[in-house]
Design a protein around this ligand. Sequence first.
Ligand SMILES: CC(C)(COP(=O)(O)OP(=O)(O)OC[C@H]1O[C@@H](n2cnc3c(N)ncnc32)[C@H](O)[C@@H]1OP(=O)(O)O)[C@@H](O)C(=O)NCCC(=O)NCCS
Length: 192
Amino acid sequence: MVTIVLGSTLAPAQTADPALQRVVTQGRGSLAFILGNTACRQRLLGTCINWDRVLLAMEQGQALGYVAFKHHLRGPFALRVQPFVQEFGRIQGWVRFAAFCLSEYREWRYSFLLYGLRVNKPARNRGIGSALVQACCAQAAADGFKDVFLEVPLNNDRARALYLHNGFRLLRKRWVPFPPVRSMHRLAEPAL
Ligand SMILES: CC(C)(COP(=O)(O)OP(=O)(O)OC[C@H]1O[C@@H](n2cnc3c(N)ncnc32)[C@H](O)[C@@H]1OP(=O)(O)O)[C@@H](O)C(=O)NCCC(=O)NCCS
């Protein structure tokens, strides 16, 4: 049976497991030009995860997917320059870190943001993505928020359909074409 748990309720030994960290750092592929490939993202962000901003779908002790969220200036990743400098050297490390900070700060206008969602390939089409979206909206309601926002890449039809089926509506098109995303909104009710 799949259960959804807040990452911060897991034991420190579990959250220190690189396999669990990889589930979360595999997301953010759209920022590969700043954060590199999946292995690089793991090195940059694996030890910087704010587990109180991550809900995990667990089955028999294994994480099958996650949804991450942001509010009160805190998202799933703590902003630390050190791993960037270690990975890319001083100059390129600072440049990439600054670019990552910019992409993070751009999103602070949303009161509660569904920041990232991913289900491991073998576990897809079992309703886990929908369960994570619903759990994230319930978390927003429990944390006192009325609205949940997210940004979906223009070319991700599957994710957009999933969000539409889970009660989100598309907001009006943005003036700026970059990043190529469309904002969506839903009320933070526990379940539809
Ligand atoms: C998008 C993504 C999270 C969907 O995850 P998922 O677990 O496959 O999602 P679900 O199973 O809930 O829904 C997918 C489809 O499975 C089917 N499905 C849902 N529940 C099901 C169930 N209990 N049994 C069988 N099939 C089911 C439905 O057809 C559903 O499609 P619909 O929402 O259009 O009706 C996953 O494809 C993914 O990780 N993609 C890569 C990362 C990504 O694009 N993230 C979004 C960034 S904005």
